[in-house]
Ligand binder design. Structure first.
Ligand SMILES: [Zn+2]
Length: 70
């Protein structure tokens, strides 16, 4: 889990890359949502649900990894 220690939430729309715009949340990311053809999406607990429904490329059923203990 060390590589994700400083990961920030990219939710709920899944801005691409470390410095992507359009993401209003800067909470620590707790979950990694696997996506098809895109980088994994890091999200906080609040944005996990919205990201599954709104972010592009999310697998269904969702594939989610815990990257930080809340
Ligand atoms: Zn968030």
């Amino acid at each position: 889990m060390g590589v994700h220690r400083n990961a920030r939430c990219r939710g709920p729309y899944g801005g691409e890359g470390e410095d992507a715009g359009g993401t209003d949340c800067s909470d620590p990311a707790v979950f990694e949502v696997v996506r098809h053809g895109r980088p994994p999406l890091w999200v906080c607990p609040v944005h996990l649900g919205p990201a599954l429904l709104l972010a592009p490329g999310v697998l269904w059923p969702p594939v989610i990894r815990l990257i930080r203990h809340p």
